[in-house]
Design a binder for this molecule. Structure first.
Ligand SMILES: [Zn+2]
Length: 292
């Protein structure tokens, strides 16, 4: 039986998964464009636009971003920075084109700037790397007018994977987003499109690291009261369904993406438990090797 990568599986389930969707306004100051699986998140600040991730099209600027900016009347706003959550091709391939058009800063961790280039996860993909012009530090805050982007290192999905936190607005209400950069936990038996290439020791370490990152993220969420969970892949946080609902929402009705601290905790706890379960599974494989 043919093994499908998660993406192939999703496309089999939903043939429209990779079709460009109508750009969405998710909050008053947050927009999304791309397809159902990946694309750009656009935060509008009083000092221009800040982007998160860039999808997997090298011409994403023409196909997705520019049409979306025009749709929302944002095409004259300067693009200040493109934050990458991590160094996987489906997050960075559109970034170089945006940099060429706008000259914006491209921000990523040092670990994933290296990972982007050495990782076989990105094999067979056009190596259209963006220049990383801003290496991020754990815990730093970057200010863009009336918005601040907080950087939270959350390794495990990749060695330098990042979470970001920032406020969004819904009428008079302000909410705090935690955008969790990584979702999948990789190891033997869990690797898209082939055998896991990095060896079981690395898989065990990364799975434990992932769990620790979720616990650390929860500490941050508790402290700051994040009440919105976003994943850069919109289908992993039901963002598109909620954004569609939002378009016909009655005044005063709740926003589906505002799930409160407890709602965010559930998303993080689910990943925490999944990563520990896989750490155990990979540890068992490790033990088998050692017993031989
Ligand atoms: Zn990834």
């Amino acid at each position: 039986m043919k093994e499908y990568t998660p993406r192939e599986f999703l496309v089999r389930e939903d043939p429209d998964a990779l079709k460009t969707i109508k750009p969405l306004q998710v909050f008053d100051d947050l927009f999304y464009c791309g397809n159902k699986l990946l694309g750009f998140w656009i935060l509008k600040t009083s000092d221009g636009l800040v982007l998160f991730d860039s999808g997997d099209l090298t011409d994403g600027w023409d196909q997705w971003l520019l049409p979306a900016l025009q749709e929302f009347g944002l095409e004259k706003e300067p693009v200040r920075m493109l934050f990458l959550t991590h160094g996987h091709f489906d997050h960075y391939l559109g970034a170089r084109g945006v940099w060429e058009k706008t000259g914006c800063d491209i921000a990523l961790s040092e670990a994933d700037t290296a990972f982007m280039m050495w990782s076989v996860d990105n094999r067979d993909k056009a190596p259209v790397y963006p220049p990383v012009t801003r290496l991020l530090k754990d815990g730093e805050d970057l200010v863009f007018g009336d918005h601040t982007v907080h950087v939270l290192f959350a390794p495990g999905h990749t060695p330098g994977c990042l979470n970001y936190s920032f406020t969004v607005h819904d009428g008079e209400e302000e909410h705090r987003v935690i955008m969790a950069g990584g979702y999948g936990i990789f190891g033997p038996g869990h690797y898209p499109g082939g055998p896991y290439p990095y060896g079981v020791n690395w898989a065990v370490e990364q799975a434990f690291t992932f769990a620790a990152s979720m616990a650390k993220t929860w500490e941050y969420v508790k402290e700051t009261g994040c009440d919105v969970y976003l994943n850069p892949h919109p289908h992993l946080c039901r963002a598109l369904e909620y954004a569609a609902e939002n378009e016909t929402r009655e005044p005063g009705a709740p926003h589906g993406l505002v799930i409160g601290k407890e709602g965010v905790r559930k998303w993080l706890a689910e990943r925490f438990e999944a990563s520990l379960k896989l750490a155990q599974e990979y540890t068992d494989i490790q033990r088998e090797y050692q017993d031989e």
